[in-house]
Design a protein around this ligand. Sequence first.
Ligand code: NAP
Length: 340
Amino acid sequence: MENRKFKVAVIGATGAVGQVFMWMLSDHPWFELSYVTASAARVGQKYAATVHWVMPFEMPEVLRDMEVREFNFEAMKKEGVQIVFSALPAAVAREAEPQMRANGFYVFSNAAAMRYDKDVPILIPETNSEQLELIRNQGYPQTGFCVTNANCVTTGLAMALAPLRKFGIKTITINSYQSVSGAGYPGLSSFDITDNCIPYIGGEEEKIEKEIKKILSIDPDVYAYTVRVPVMFGHLETVWLDFEKDVEIDDVISAWENFKEANDLPSTPAQPVVYSSEPTFPQPKYAFWGTPKGMVVYTGRLKKKNGKIGFVLLVNNIVKGAAGGSIQNAEAFVTRFGLR
Ligand SMILES: NC(=O)c1ccc[n+]([C@@H]2O[C@H](COP(=O)([O-])OP(=O)(O)OC[C@H]3O[C@@H](n4cnc5c(N)ncnc54)[C@H](OP(=O)(O)O)[C@@H]3O)[C@@H](O)[C@H]2O)c1
């Protein structure tokens, strides 16, 4: 086992997801933050001077003087970058990510652009780490590859459902209450979202249906509504499930409690899904709870009615549902392919 650090780049480092990458990579045991980009207008500026920092805690000191560099493959190679974390908008990612892959980079992306390609995994290490093998179909180890993570709502749902797969999931009814950080920065106009809820998030309901099936290799009927709410961080989801088997509340609790990651990855919590019977739990104000912060999915309000199981979950959309999930995917990659 080699204990070197991998040089990594963050592409789109000034956005909501990019800021989480910067925070989590500022002190990572396996990855060394070596190259940072944003849109062209920021090139040459110091990170702290150009970013509008929206995290609910201080910017780590080591990030302040990092220079925003040009999005240039040769310069990235010269810097020794192997792993690239992409937080680009989907439209930009659609062109840029295949190019990065073609240039030999190992791309871990948050964008939806490549999620539905047959040979591109939508990876959540706790639920489907075997799908990492798909990168061989993209040409790895001779070439670069792209691994995506799921849409943020789907990530939380997949985490809560993975331990329940064994009961045979027939239908999923899900309603989401999604925070504004999910729309990026600056995102929605304060005029539209202050003191309001918006019962439409373009493309989101379709993404949940497609992605949950691909991630968990299941084929349930999915009924989804997604709503934007005036909350800063964390997506809440109410879920009702029908199963092939008769499932009791205690079966669900013990499935969540026994759901532990086999791989010892730095970004994987010891208990990835945490259930509480506290009647008012979970709430978005706990989005940054847990160790590592924001990586735990919380569940509560469990009930059974007419054979259906219902519950509420909370996922931190920009940490577990985005940058933290990508970093965990890269950790799963270097572990599975014996690079450390
Ligand atoms: N927010 C979430 O909860 C969430 C969750 C899961 C997945 N995602 C996905 O993650 C990606 C990033 O989301 P976000 O919310 O962080 O978006 P965002 O806040 O809009 O940030 C986008 C980033 O990309 C940069 N960028 C934009 N156009 C560029 C270009 N042409 N060339 C180089 N850089 C460019 C921006 O730089 P400037 O600041 O200089 O413009 C910024 O750093 C999206 O694909 C999104 O769908 C988001």
